[in-house]
Design a protein around this ligand. Structure first.
Ligand SMILES: [Zn+2]
Length: 378
């Protein structure tokens, strides 16, 4: 959510952030030099010094700075342990972490009250505006929040606890194929996304190749711009796809999707154009969106092994590389079943999950389900 601030209030928020960052860096420096990553020992060793140096912060904000520094130290030491490079954690701007002891939200008046420096214990009250996509979280129970400054504007990133949906169990299983010809095809015979997306993506690729061959400084700058533009485009596509797929499934249903980590092996057979498109597409993101959008309606997302899903006949089970007549048409060499190739794959994905499900019921292999979290970031 965006905070509405005056120039004076912005100065107070900036000073609060600056002191928080100072406390973070101090703990990180101590921990790095003394090879300490234990939170309790770091607390005892640094608390009073941090309190003296970041004198405007209430105790709990100092503790949160130490918690963040502990996390950063732990991951740096883990990197070192794994033989990778790591430097002392340092931050130019470490967003203050607020919790129930240091802030509150009043949904009725749309006000946030934050503990800040130089207010003698009084919290700074700020009106906020909720982005439209987050309007449905209005009134939710709040967890921690990070205070962030972006281009001169101040935002509070809040983690809210979404009430568990009433679990309506549905036996429906929807297979989703992230297609070669269509962005997504479900076993309910629905095709999502348009061929136009692929065209846009190709255009990005062509411009990228041109710029890369130039290699000049300005070309590199344009490349960076292009990369973030392409990332935004993919994100928008993934939002559209995930929303449509989730809305098409019954509440409590299961969505079966291919496990993206194995996507590369599947693509290996297809050189050139296709492999490039699939490699550049953000499957991990789409799967994440599906998972959190599904949660609100009790829909579970499971990942299955993608091998052979595009080569197997969904009617008779015959598997052959030659079953795929073209990229868009599947023709079974054994029984002659003919249908859209991506649709055939989506049937196979659904059936594969069904099969693994019955194995699990019989006490065999557990189905490969995605972990889900009960929290949402605003
Ligand atoms: Zn067949």
């Amino acid at each position: 959510m965006c905070l509405r601030t005056t120039a004076d209030q912005r100065r107070v928020l900036a000073e609060t952030s600056s002191q928080f960052t100072h406390a973070f860096n101090m703990v990180a420096c101590y921990g790095w030099q003394s090879h300490e990553k234990n939170g309790v020992r770091l607390h005892h060793a640094t608390y009073y010094q941090a309190k003296a140096q970041a004198s405007g912060l209430v105790s709990d904000l100092i503790i949160q700075a130490r918690v963040k520094a502990t996390e950063a130290l732990a991951s740096a030491f883990t990197r070192l342990k794994n033989g990778r490079k790591a430097n002392q954690p340092r931050s130019k701007f470490c967003p203050p972490r607020y919790n129930v002891k240091t802030y509150s939200i009043d949904w009725d008046s749309e006000t946030a009250a934050l503990s800040v420096v130089g207010s003698k214990g009084k919290r700074l009250r700020l009106r906020f505006t909720l982005p439209t996509y987050a309007a449905k979280y209005h009134g939710c129970e709040v967890d921690t929040a990070d205070l962030i400054c972006k281009k001169g504007k101040w935002y509070l990133h809040i983690v809210v606890t979404v009430p568990e949906p009433e679990v309506i169990s549905s036996s429906e299983i929807v297979g989703v194929d992230l297609g070669i010809c269509h962005p997504a095809v479900t076993s309910k015979r629905k095709f999502y996304g348009t061929a136009h997306w692929k065209e846009v993506d190709r255009r990005y690729f062509r411009i990228k190749r041109k710029l890369q061959s130039k290699g000049t400084k300005s070309a590199k700058r344009h490349l960076r711009k292009l990369a973030s533009k392409q990332m935004r485009f993919h994100r928008d596509c993934d939002h559209v796809l995930s929303r449509r797929i989730v809305d098409s499934a019954a509440a409590g249903a299961t969505i079966a999707i291919e496990n993206l980590t194995e996507i590369r092996s599947r693509v290996r057979q297809r050189k050139g154009e296709q492999s490039r498109r699939l490699h550049s597409w953000t499957f991990r993101q789409l799967r994440g969106f599906l998972t959190y959008k599904g949660e609100e309606r009790g829909i579970k997302v499971v990942a299955i092994d993608p091998r052979h899903t595009s080569q197997t006949c969904s009617r008779c089970g015959f598997q052959s590389r030659h079953n795929r007549k073209s990229q868009s048409l599947f023709v079974c060499r054994s029984c002659g079943y003919t249908l859209n190739a991506d649709l055939n794959a989506s049937y196979n994905i659904r059936d594969k999950h069904l099969a693994s499900f019955s194995i699990a019921l019989a006490g065999g292999l557990p189905s490969n389900s995605l972990s889900s979290q009960g929290s949402q970031e605003l």
